[in-house]
Design a protein around this ligand. Structure first.
Ligand code: OAD
Length: 236
């Protein structure tokens, strides 16, 4: 394989696991402890907004307290090195934390939204938000009270930035997935789109994911070690 110029990287909760943020489907993961249908759907928010907001308040505090790990840092460094040689690293994350940004990644596409932003359901304005949200929280843009929700994608809602993601997939010359179980679509389908285009694909994960058969290369181990090693092998 020649040096990649257009690298598409998909990250999932496994990339932030070593920063202390929980994954979803591992033993003891977030969805093993909490019912996503009661906490991560528009219906759950309509039925019991306090419970939903509490759940995301707790996770937001975890994100604010966490720090990027070597996997985040390696991706930021690879983005800069690839840009220096005229290439591009497109970083598509399913994560709602900001650890890629804090490690120095510049262009991060959050397909499942961002926990450190809140959206007003009255006027749709999106505002940076680091504190707890409650039903007294008011929108800085329109002033409506009690209409702020985390700017994350819930089950039954459309992922964000799909056009930009499709465009990047269509021009990528290498597809890499890191720390994702391959259980949630459309992200889980991107490797097959890449394969249909005939580009190399690699998964970096603690263990084979649900999608392992769809990749033509794999590196298994903690992302903080396996990802820097893999990117170094690419000269990044
Ligand atoms: P999952 O929890 O489904 O998968 C995390 C993957 O990371 C698993 O395959 C683990 O084996 C792997 N893993 C755990 N620790 C790791 C480590 N230190 N290094 C490398 N890999 C590790 O998380 P996602 O695939 O991100 O969506 O889940 C996708 C979506 O499902 C999330 O964005 C979230 C969730 O429901 C919404 O909330 C909309």
């Amino acid at each position: 394989m020649g040096d990649p110029e257009r690298l598409f990287v998909l990250t999932g909760a496994g990339v932030s696991a070593e920063s202390g943020l929980g994954t979803f489907r591992d033993r003891g993961g977030i969805w093993a402890r909490f019912d996503p249908m009661k906490l991560a759907t528009p219906e759950a928010y309509a039925a019991d907004p306090d419970e939903v907001l509490d759940f995301y308040d707790h996770r937001r505090r975890g994100v604010v307290a966490a720090a990027p790990n070597a996997a985040h840092v390696a991706l930021a460094r690879a983005e800069a090195r690839l840009a220096d040689r005229g290439g591009r690293l497109f970083l598509c994350t399913q994560n709602v934390d900001d650890l890629h940004e804090r490690a120095g990644s510049r262009a991060v596409v959050h397909m499942h939204g961002e926990l450190l932003k809140a959206r007003c359901t009255a006027c749709d304005a999106v505002t940076p938000w680091r504190n707890d949200l409650n039903r007294a929280s008011s929108c800085p843009a329109c002033g409506a009270a009690g209409r702020m929700r985390p700017d994350v994608v819930w089950f039954g809602e459309m992922p964000m930035h799909r056009d930009a993601i499709e465009a990047a997939l269509a021009e990528a010359d290498l597809f890499v997935a890191v720390g994702t179980s391959g259980a949630v679509y459309p992200a889980a389908g991107y490797v097959r789109q890449a394969r249909r285009r005939g580009i190399p694909t690699c998964e970096i994960n603690l263990e084979p994911s649900d999608n392992a058969d769809a990749f033509d290369d794999a590196r298994y181990g903690p992302a903080s070690a396996a990802l820097p090693r893999y990117l170094a092998d690419l000269g990044l």
